[in-house]
Design a binder for this molecule. Structure first.
Ligand code: ZN
Length: 117
């Protein structure tokens, strides 16, 4: 049970979507990204597994989430760019976008680029 709570902490609360000419829109990641599902209730979303993969310049985390509304599984893929993270630390500590979020379905099919966190 505590493992699952930890997984929840791995997921950023929000992602930012770049809108052409209109700045950024903030969206909650507490929602089901599968087609034909409108679940936005965190209580009905259960992260249950994490895969972590480290590459030269980025860290990739995949969080598997079960949606209890449509009873399907989707994956939030978080790409954290290490170089960016490092350079922001050296400067004024301002939090810049340094991660990308994608949603994948259970089979790893891309459901789309969600945004930045
Ligand atoms: Zn769902």
């Amino acid at each position: 049970m505590s493992d699952k709570e930890d997984l929840r902490l791995e997921i950023p609360s929000y992602a930012f979507i770049a809108l052409a000419r209109r700045g950024m829109e903030k969206i909650s990641l507490d929602q089901c990204f599968l087609k034909d599902c409108d679940n936005e209730d965190p209580e009905l979303l259960e992260p249950f597994k994490k895969e972590e993969n480290e590459e030269d310049l980025k860290l990739i985390k995949k969080i598997y989430i079960k949606c209890k509304k449509c009873n399907r599984i989707f994956i939030l893929k978080l790409e954290i760019l290490k170089k960016v993270a490092k350079s922001t630390k050296d400067k004024d500590g301002e939090a810049l976008s340094m991660g990308l979020v994608h949603a994948l379905d259970e089979n790893g099919e891309n459901l789309g680029h969600i945004g930045y966190f």
